[in-house]
Design a protein around this ligand. Sequence first.
Ligand SMILES: [Zn+2]
Ligand SMILES: [Zn+2]
Ligand SMILES: [Zn+2]
Length: 332
Amino acid sequence: MPEFRQDPITGRCVIIASNRSNRPRHYDAETELVYSLECPFCEGNERMTPPEIYAQREAHSGADTPGWRVRTVPNKYPALEDYGRWSEADPGIYRTSPGVGVHEVIIENPRHIVNIGALDENQFVNILRAYQTRLATLRKDRRWRCLLIYKNQGEAAGATLEHVHSQVIALPFVPKEVSAEITGANRHYRSTGACFYCALSQTESVSGKRLVSSTERFVALCPFAPRFLYETWILPKNHSATFESSSDEDIFALAHALRNVIIKLNGALGNPAFNYFIHSLPPHETAEYQYHWHIEILPQVAKAAGLEWGSGIHLNPVCPEEAARLLRETPA
Ligand SMILES: [Zn+2]
Ligand SMILES: [Zn+2]
Ligand SMILES: [Zn+2]
């Protein structure tokens, strides 16, 4: 029987309809290349991108030359641009304001790897450090009210270049998705005196029903009301509002946990396209005790359709208990 489920933090409603269940399509693993002549993200093609903002490099290698491990550049086709100040718009029914913001690309490997699951744990550490550094730097600019790291892997997830990369965006306001979480976290804290996500991590660790993996510092789980098939969240077990403040030990442990989940998803679903993003307490927000940073991984194995667009209700044919069981059983 189908079931309505509500996300306890945002109130978002989904339908779990396991009766419609069929295994997600598998799609073929891509061929791995070492270098592509036309790829602007390959080592040796540094001139094809705007000048780098940040890179982890071998000693004595110059900016915008080979010798890097992770490289951050401005997005050549930015969604937002860093110009002027953001202001609330004109009166009337239509509102506009300048598309002020920052949009950067973090190139995650010098070689032409197309699936982040092919990278080793050390490279995950390098990537997470790059995320951390960019977020910490952008946080100092008081204009930005929300910072988001996100990844689109695979064409079905919106990637236009296949070479492994993530993106960073800085926004002059807090978007609805993020503010709904902060509001929910504040509400939970007011009524219980505790962080919702800490309670989530404890509850799911005890029950084990939706647990994908658990290590000393991190827990990976399928959320109770998942919008996407095999949706998985990773969160630190110890309370922490901002990802940027993670210690070195946290970064090592997260590299292990994140890689582990991606390899499980790749194994279980046949290298699916997916998006992931990091939700970290936005600058200017004060919910230090209420909010808890996390990563949401959204495999793109089914398309949102009329129901989703028309009602905002996601229909999910795989219940999270079943999804978590399959991922737990898939070796990493
Ligand atoms: Zn490439
Ligand atoms: Zn917490
Ligand atoms: Zn979130």
